[in-house]
Design a protein around this ligand. Sequence first.
Ligand code: PCA
Length: 213
Amino acid sequence: MQTVLLTGFEPFDQERVNPSWEAVRQLEGVKLGDDVQIVARRLPCAFSTAGEVLSQLIAELRPAMVIATGLGPGRSDLSIERVAININDARIPDNLGEQPIDTPVVAGGPAAYFSTLPIKAVVKALSEAGIAASVSQTAGTFVCNQVFYRLQHVLAGNGVRSGFIHVPYLPEQVAASGQACMPLVTLVEGLKVAVKAAWCTQVDVVQTGGQVS
Ligand code: PCA
């Protein structure tokens, strides 16, 4: 049996839940075919531990594909991240109180890594399923970008595809602020569609996912 590792994050910044983990946990054990199934795991929201936990999971589970997910506060759709950059610049402290500013994720590492998922095919599959999605050109500079960079760094050149998806708030998190959100049932379905499309697509489709600025 092959494994697709799907991760979500613990809550951060005084939130009581993190929609990424609430959705990912519901996909534990879901089969994508006869011989491949999803394994769901939660990552800590801390610069000093998240990447280590992820590396250990990869060493232990030997996954055939890895997709990490996190909350993108204010995002209005499933944001399929294109690129991870080699910088930490935290606007808020993480869950261990650390707030690195302008430090590299990996000293001496490349400036950036691209997602090795077929990001356009994932957006296309989600759009066809009626679920809002787009290519995102930045995963930010907080713990999600750090984990995304570490993920791509660990798997670079070994043929295991990997990438990152940011998800919106849940409706109950934004009842007072009116920010963008997506119901949990849609998040779960959307991540399932995204993982399936990523797993089944060998050559990405050609369609624009760009932005003018
Ligand atoms: N979102 C944060 C970190 C954890 C999460 O779910 C981010 O976008 O960096």
